[in-house]
Design a protein around this ligand. Sequence first.
Ligand SMILES: N=c1c2ncn([C@@H]3O[C@H](COP(=O)(O)OP(=O)(O)OP(=O)(O)O)[C@@H](O)[C@H]3O)c2ncn1[C@@H]1O[C@H](COP(=O)(O)O)[C@@H](O)[C@H]1O
Length: 97
Amino acid sequence: MRDWNILEEVWQVIQDRAEHPSAESYVSSVLTHRKGIDKSLEKVGEEAVEFILAAKNQVPERTVSEAADLLFHLLVALQASGTDVGDVLDELAARRK
Ligand SMILES: N=c1c2ncn([C@@H]3O[C@H](COP(=O)(O)OP(=O)(O)OP(=O)(O)O)[C@@H](O)[C@H]3O)c2ncn1[C@@H]1O[C@H](COP(=O)(O)O)[C@@H](O)[C@H]1O
């Protein structure tokens, strides 16, 4: 069984960076960007395109790496939009058939 806790761990770090921004932090740089929420939304778009290209071109290592970038930036964008990732998990759970 893979360690799904890593998603929660990264989410907690993103919460912490939002509450305590730091100059060295990439997450803080996105969350405090002059473009506002647009910066994180742009990153989700970019990473989604990179993931699609990697998967379409069947480059396994790149597909894994781009999927990680996409998941990470989606979490950052959820934070930027004031959405609790717990609500997303609840939504997924509610769709169980
Ligand atoms: N998972 C990640 C993660 N994935 C990717 N990245 C960063 O995302 C950036 C995006 O890379 P790109 O090549 O797309 O973009 P770029 O041109 O360098 O940057 P942009 O100006 O386009 O944003 C890189 O700087 C990566 O280092 C990440 N940065 C942080 N994390 C996690 O977030 C935690 C907190 O990080 P800090 O906020 O930096 O402390 C870390 O401990 C990690 O767990």
